[in-house]
Design a protein around this ligand. Sequence first.
Ligand SMILES: C[S@@+](CC[C@H](N)C(=O)[O-])C[C@H]1O[C@@H](n2cnc3c(N)ncnc32)[C@H](O)[C@@H]1O
Length: 257
Amino acid sequence: MKVFIIGAGPGDPKLLTLRAAELIAACPVVLYTGSLVPRAAIRMARPDAKVLDSSGMTLDEIIDIIKEAHRAEHDVARVHTGDPLIFGSTAEQMRRMDELAIPYEVIPGVSSFTAAAAALGKELTLPEVSQTVILTRAEGRTPMPEREKLVDLARHNATLALFLSITLLREVTQLLIPEYGEDCPVAVVHKVSWPDQRILTGTLGDITARVRQAGIKTQSIILIGRALNTKEFADSRLYAPDFSHGYRRARTTDHAE
Ligand SMILES: C[S@@+](CC[C@H](N)C(=O)[O-])C[C@H]1O[C@@H](n2cnc3c(N)ncnc32)[C@H](O)[C@@H]1O
């Protein structure tokens, strides 16, 4: 018996990994976070599978279901949105399973922040613009560690991917404008890969009004940074003719024939 902690990707079942789909189809118990994982992503579950939505459960209730499956020697597909190890609240489940000696394995998934970048068609790491992506959240009811306040992270001017922060967008923009500038590009991607996906783009100066006007209050990734709309970046060294690496020798420009 094993608990498979599965990343279901951002919503579109076609973004499930083959391994995820195979396990969801095989496990007699499917416990999924129904607040963010659509039913379509688990539709391949066996007709006789026990399919449960954990969105209204406490950690104890989730662990009780896992314990019961363990006793019955039933594998569990524990299905989370995106990648299970990014803002997944999976560490606490794994800690409990460690204490109970219940075996588990993690199956990675497509995180909503990479799906959002894909929907925009934007590379988040541009040479000489930003080579760093910070995955974080705004401080709301859950406090941030003292050294990870958004104002401190902003000093890097790196590309930011904010989870769980759409209702705090105004505060976020106010904190970031001094470092990134009012004209810094922002994209809000709501329900990425779902049929009702919406993309709003703007700047730190105007995105709050745009999002408010669109009535978006849930399930969004906020991407911020100059990498989102500049065409002024250097070509990477990887494909430069004068650059050697393990798979290609540098070519000299003046060919003596
Ligand atoms: C509990 S976290 C889970 C993150 C997830 N593990 C991941 O890797 O994407 C929930 C937050 O992820 C983001 N999110 C998850 N699914 C999303 C989607 N389909 N579209 C946009 N944002 C999404 C939102 O910021 C949401 O508030």
